[in-house]
Each structure stands twice: as structure tokens, then as C-alpha cells.
Design a protein around this ligand. Structure first.
Ligand code: DOR
Ligand code: ZN
Length: 343
């Protein structure tokens, strides 16, 4: 079997920098036309100047003739200048701003402690139509890690929606039915869903020994939530689109007494998704999820190029690890054989 799709985009991607960027960039550009590039470098991508420089470093590493387009984001801090954001948007240096609650995840220490302190930036963004990408988890230590997304919806997203109804919000990597239901109910709100959250639940992470390569944030939830994510992704609903959150960390940093959060799925995302959509009897909705809904929400045209997915009789072999100048990065293992490949 073969299906042809508009070339997909990844609306949430970590490319890192330096040797890691060099090692993993081809894993995304092979299949994807564009990606929203996360700004949580050390130090973070805070100003329009930082974004211009980071974009140049990415483009420098693209092979001759590769037309992959990195769509840059700024890392929202309590010191972000609304005018710098507006200028970066106007010159198309950036496509979105990313809100990390301070302390929520990898390199989020410079994030937002109190949303009141970034309201002038958010008001400006609402005025100019620039989307806000949100890591939707509270950081209150008293809130259980499995409840942090639901708490964020109630305590942060709902009040923000009331204060700024026009602001375009993307709730990134939604992991709960609560998140799906909220996104369905809220105007000007969309969500990205990751490859891994469509495939694993918390048992994959914790049963039969701890599996550090399935540890990510937000943490995988119980099976009922995964099923709600699959339903949302395969429904064709334009509010839901692919953001892999492919987030490479080297094996020593994952396989550690205090391992980093992140699943690296760039290499096999499209074969994984074809499997999930086929299982759900929804292969006809795959293109909307990977290639059409995202650009529509961001106000961009879909890619003009196409890709073909071919199903073969024997499992497709992927490398277990991608070797980078920083060290090996283990590829997401969906725990079932993959028969689809991109050609
Ligand atoms: O698992 C994750 N890894 N979640 C995030 O929010 C950040 C990411 C990273 O940068 O490694
Ligand atoms: Zn991320």
C-alpha cells in the first residue's frame, strides 16, 4: 500500500545547538518541510537578535539545496520587550513565542513565574496575531506530576483566555483528556500532539523496570488519556496537529540517576504515525494532522512538495541510536514493528 501526502511539518521541535544540532538536523529535514524550533537553549533564545543568529546557525548546517525552513520562536521571560517581539514578528524572524512556566521542564529556569509580569507582551501578541506556544504544566511542588496539566488549564489557561480572548494559543504536547476537552471548548486555541504520547502510556515508562528513554515532560499518563489523544489526532479536527517534541539528550544524560526529560522521535515519526492512524482506521486523516491543520492555524500555506509512505511486508529497520558529536541519542522505540517507510 502507498499513500501520498503533502510534505509534513513539525510544529514543536528541539534542535539544540552545536554538535548535537549538526548530528540530528538531518533526521528532521529528511521528511519535514518546516518546523517550529523551540528556544530552550542554554542560554535561551530570548531576543530577536538571538533568534536571527540561531536561525543562521541552523541554515548553515543544511545540506546544499535543502529547502527546510526553520520557524523560530522566542523564549518568553519576565524581561521580554513587547516591541522587540513585535519587530521580530513583523520581519518574519519569528513565528511564535514560547511560554515556559519557570522550572517546568528542561532549561526553563528563565521562564515565567507570574503571568501578570508578561501581560504587556501577550497583549501585543494578541494585537498583532502572533501565536503563543504554551508548556501547560503548573510547577507548584504540592501538585502531583500526573495532575499538572489539568491544574494548568484551570489556574492559568482559563483565566488567560478570559483576559485575552483574541490571543492565539497553542497548548503544546497535550497529554490528557482534560487537555483535549479544553482545546475543543476554547476559541483561538489549538494543540500539538506528540508521536510518543500517541503511542505510550505510563505503564510503558514504569512497568517491568524504569525506561528512561520514555521519560518526557509532560509525563505520559494513563491509557484512557492516550486514547483521547489518538481520538483527537485521528479525528481530522483542525485544532489538533503534529508537534513531535522530539527532544534529543545523549544516552548518558538519559540513563542516569537523575535523567533528562525528552523523547527523540524525529527519525521514525512518520512511520509511527502511519501505524497509529492505520490502526485507528483513519489513514485518510493523517495528512490533515501532519501537513494541513498546523499551517492553517499559523496562517501559512501548506507545503507544495509531497511525500509518499509505502507499506512493506517486512519491518523497516531504523537505527537504535543516532551518533552525534555530543554522543549517542537513542531513537524512540514504539515497541511494535513498523512497516511504513517514507520514500
Ligand atoms: O520532555 C521534554 N523535553 N519536555 C520538554 O518540555 C522539554 C524537552 C527538552 O527540551 O528536552
Ligand atoms: Zn518541547
Amino acid at each position: 500500500m502507498r499513500i501520498t501526502l503533502t510534505r509534513p511539518d513539525d510544529w514543536h521541535l528541539h534542535l539544540r545547538d552545536g554538535d548535537m544540532l549538526k548530528g540530528i538536523l538531518p533526521e528532521t529535514t529528511r521528511d519535514f518541510g518546516r518546523a517550529i524550533i523551540m528556544p530552550n537553549l542554554v542560554p535561551p533564545v530570548v531576543t530577536s537578535f538571538d533568534a536571527l543568529q540561531y536561525r543562521a546557525r541552523i541554515i548553515d548546517l543544511l545540506p546544499e539545496g535543502d529547502d527546510f525552513l526553520p520557524l523560530m520562536t522566542l523564549y518568553l521571560t519576565e524581561g521580554t520587550d513587547p516591541e522587540d517581539v513585535a519587530m521580530a514578528a513583523k520581519t518574519r524572524t519569528i513565528s511564535a513565542v514560547k511560554l515556559y512556566p519557570a522550572g517546568a521542564t528542561t532549561n526553563s529556569d528563565s521562564g515565567v513565574k507570574d503571568i501578570d509580569n508578561v501581560m504587556p507582551v501577550l497583549e501585543k501578541m494578541a494585537e498583532i496575531g502572533l501565536p503563543l506556544c504554551v508548556h501547560g504544566e503548573v510547577t507548584d511542588p504540592s501538585v502531583d506530576i500526573f495532575d499538572r496539566e489539568a491544574a494548568f488549564i484551570e489556574h492559568v489557561l482559563m483565566p488567560l483566555r478570559t483576559r485575552l480572548p483574541e490571543l492565539k494559543i497553542i497548548m503544546e504536547h497535550v497529554t490528557t483528556k482534560d487537555g483535549v476537552d479544553y482545546v475543543n471548548s476554547a476559541a483561538n486555541t489549538a494543540a500539538t500532539l506528540t508521536t510518543h504520547h500517541l503511542i505510550i502510556n505510563r505503564n510503558h515508562l514504569l512497568v517491568g523496570g524504569i525506561k528512561p528513554h520514555y521519560y518526557c515532560l509532560p509525563i505520559a499518563k494513563r491509557e484512557t488519556h492516550r486514547l483521547a489523544l489518538v481520538q483527537a489526532a485521528t479525528s481530522g479536527n483542525p485544532k489538533f496537529f503534529l508537534g513531535t517534541d522530539s527532544a534529543p539528550h545523549t544516552d548518558p544524560n538519559k540513563e542516569s540517576a537523575c535523567g533528562c526529560a525528552g523523547v527523540f522521535s524525529a527519525t521514525n515519526t512518520m512511520p509511527c504515525l502511519a501505524h497509529v492512524f492505520e490502526d485507528a482506521g483513519a489513514l485518510d486523516k493523517l495528512e490533515a494532522f501532519t501537513s494541513l491543520n498546523g499551517p492553517a492555524f499559523y496562517g501559512l500555506p501548506p507545503n507544495t512538495a509531497k511525500i509518499t509512505l509505502t507499506q512493506q511486508d517486512t519491518p523497516v529497520v531504523f537505527p537504535a541510536k543516532i551518533e552525534t558529536g555530543d554522543g549517542p541519542v537513542t531513537l524512540f522505540n514504539p515497541d511494535f514493528p513498523l512497516f511504513w517507510r517514507v520514500s
